[in-house]
Design a binder for this molecule. Structure first.
Ligand SMILES: [Zn+2]
Length: 373
């Protein structure tokens, strides 16, 4: 009898311990060391490989973050191996990561230096496009790349039109993370600031969570190369990237009202894409303005998930009297809404149309366009 009592008590204890463990929210960070294996990344002096430098930094970032019990670190690679760009995103998605951080080194034919952090986005900036092209070119080393990346033409920035919409949902958070990283690398580490930028990185396009790509420094700059390849330099980069992730975690969990720590950091996009700073710093009107594509309405309540809507995402729903109205996308500008509309029509929503909201209330497109100005 007494034995049974102990067993029962033991079982209850284990059950409650498991229940308790599940209550601690774990913040999952995917660390992606760029390149690897037969893809060396940038190579300088035939002996210094980007893949080695970034792996060391990524492992150090992970080690620092693993010290926190509420953080789980997932690596896309821990050794010198080539992981497909697709697989890197898939790892993050499978793990339902909270954030995806890809770590790289930059290169240029001049002695230019500095840190820059990217979020996914399309723009006409030639310079950013060249950086993305260099990082994307790894796909040619992957098996079956023609099939896997059929929808991408890495030589054309336009090929990412409509493809970056998935990440748009996370753009604000991605930019916030990028800004915090830039602040650490520049204000704290005192490295030169090349800003938060947007470009079409395939690896960022694969993920369903806030995602950034850090170009820590230039391997081609003599000074920076020395720092990047030193144990001290790698540890400093790791320390500051880890701190930035912790700061971001605080912000996203509502524990800090972290707003642009460094006013000089801005999204450097010369194209048609979104300039989120303008919406937060210039005035309040545009912040509360959004365009959505009305795709369908039904008396039946459907889960607002992409699989119910031909793969479109994000989907939102609103009840209007006895019908549910379903919307796709969330754009800040009318011209972005046009891209979303094209996308919806392509998917078969022939009657889809653009709607506009201001402070949660439906307004006319004309009014929205005025507010945009
Ligand atoms: Zn790289």
């Amino acid at each position: 009898m007494k034995l049974l009592h102990y067993i029962l008590f033991g079982v209850l204890y284990v059950v409650s311990a498991v229940g308790y463990a599940q209550k601690i929210p774990v913040f999952k960070v995917v660390l992606d060391a760029g390149h690897g294996g037969k893809d060396p990344g940038k190579v300088v002096n035939k002996t210094i490989y980007e893949k080695d430098v970034v792996l060391k930094i990524a492992l150090l970032v992970g080690k620092k973050l693993e010290a926190y019990p509420d953080i789980k670190v997932i690596y896309t690679r821990k050794t010198d191996e080539l992981i497909d760009l697709y697989e890197r995103g898939a790892i993050a998605n499978r793990n339902k990561a909270d954030v995806f951080v890809s770590i790289h080194c930059n290169a240029h034919e001049t002695q230019v230096g500095g840190a820059e952090t990217y979020v996914l986005g399309l723009n006409a900036n030639e310079q950013n496009f060249e950086v993305a092209k260099a990082e994307n070119s790894v796909i040619y080393m992957e098996d079956n790349y023609e099939k896997k990346y059929a929808k991408y033409n890495i030589n054309s920035p336009e090929s990412l039109i409509g493809l970056s919409i998935m990440q748009e949902e996370f753009l604000e958070q991605s930019i916030q993370l990028a800004k915090i990283v830039q602040n650490q690398l520049t204000s704290v580490m005192k490295r030169s600031n090349r800003g938060v930028r947007q470009a079409g990185f395939i690896v960022l396009h694969q993920t369903y969570m806030p995602s950034i790509l850090i170009e820590t420094a230039f391997l081609t700059n003599n000074e920076e190369r020395k720092f990047l390849t030193s144990a001290k330099g790698q540890d400093e980069f790791a320390e500051n990237i880890a701190t930035a992730i912790l700061e971001y975690k605080k912000w996203v969990q509502g524990k800090s009202s972290y707003i642009s720590p460094n006013e000089s950091v801005s999204v450097q996009s010369e194209g048609d894409r979104i300039h989120p700073e303008k919406h937060t710093t210039n005035n309040h009107t545009t912040k509360n303005l959004s365009y959505k594509i009305q795709i369908s309405s039904s008396p039946k309540r459907l889960e607002a998930k992409s699989f119910n809507f031909k793969g479109l995402s994000p989907i939102s729903v609103e009840k209007d009297g006895s019908v549910y109205v379903y919307y796709y996308g969330n754009a800040l500008k009318h011209r972005e809404a046009l891209v979303l509309l094209t996308n919806a029509k392509k998917k078969g929503y022939k009657d889809a149309y653009i709607t506009a909201f201001y402070q949660g209330k439906r307004i006319t497109i004309q009014k929205a366009k005025q507010l945009e100005k």
